[in-house]
Design a protein around this ligand. Structure first.
Ligand code: ARG
Length: 267
């Protein structure tokens, strides 16, 4: 995670961002800290990257890259406003316990567009990560990648429209092209389908540890659906970060275990 010390909305690269809106950084910091604590009290170790002045979106650590097993791939951002975050996340990754760390060759916004699921990686394209980045990720990690087309600018990253839950997923079908939505329906017949209202508060931008699901406290129906499936939703108020188009998952880069098939985690 990256403390929102320099968080602001000084440019608009997605429809959520309004440069005229006032941002309360102290509140953003308090909300972000509540998320960090929510992870820690449930047994998750949180590591921090040092925030860099002049990079107001660096708080969205999910975009910094991908980390699976002993390999990490640092991001290459689509927008010049965020370009400098790539090297910052790369240097941080290079100082961790990975055996191999590389920089993405193709435009790749990390976990924003790549969702690590058992046995495969689901990958988004259309607004940020290039389609060619999907092949690069498949080769680099040696895992099958399923390409999905995002069609609604409000859901510009895959992680705004889809969340991995253990062996299934939750998603908002209208964020995807017809063929991509049909592909998801065939791969995950038992998926949770989010309502438009829940998608619109970035309810799908959550993190599941197999039991807890950390997500915005505004996604009420989704929390109910999760509870009905036996998950424990943990609602977090990240209203200040929503002004930049981000929520729980955006603030979190996960270090994934290698999972070749359903239920075969190795950590
Ligand atoms: N303002 C940021 C951007 O538009 C928000 C990024 C949110 N991150 C995410 N993983 N969806 O790039």
């Amino acid at each position: 995670m990256c403390r929102p010390d320099h968080f602001d909305v000084t440019y608009a690269i997605n429809p959520w961002m309004d440069t005229g809106a006032a941002v309360n950084r102290a509140l953003a910091l308090a909300q972000w800290d509540a998320l960090r604590i929510a992870y820690e009290v449930r047994g998750h170790r949180v590591e921090m990257i040092e925030p860099v002045a002049g990079l107001p979106d660096m708080v969205f650590a999910a975009n910094g890259g991908l980390a699976i097993g002993d390999r990490a791939l640092s991001a290459r951002f689509a927008n010049p406003e965020r370009a400098e975050e790539g090297p910052a996340y790369h240097d941080w990754m290079a100082a961790q316990r990975f055996t191999t760390v590389a920089r993405a060759r193709e435009t790749n916004e990390g976990e924003g567009d790549f969702a690590i699921a058992p046995g495969r990686i689901l990958a988004g394209t259309g607004f940020r990560s290039a389609r060619d980045s999907h092949q690069e990720v498949a080769e680099y990690f040696g895992l099958p990648v399923v390409s999905l087309d995002l069609v609604d600018p409000r859901f510009y990253h895959l992680d705004t429209a889809l969340m991995v839950l253990d062996d299934t997923i939750a998603y908002y079908p209208a964020a995807f092209s017809g063929p991509s939505a049909r592909l998801l329906a065939s791969l995950y017949p038992d998926a949770i389908l989010a309502t438009e209202a829940d998608a619109n508060v970035l309810g799908l931008n959550g993190v599941c540890d197999g039991y807890h699901v950390f997500l915005t406290d505004q996604a009420v129906d989704l929390a109910e659906q999760l509870r009905a499936r036996g998950y424990e939703p943990v609602g977090i108020d990240l209203s200040e970060l929503l002004k930049s188009g981000g929520s729980v998952k955006c603030c979190t880069m996960e270090w994934h275990a290698v999972r070749t098939a359903a239920g075969s985690g190795t950590d």
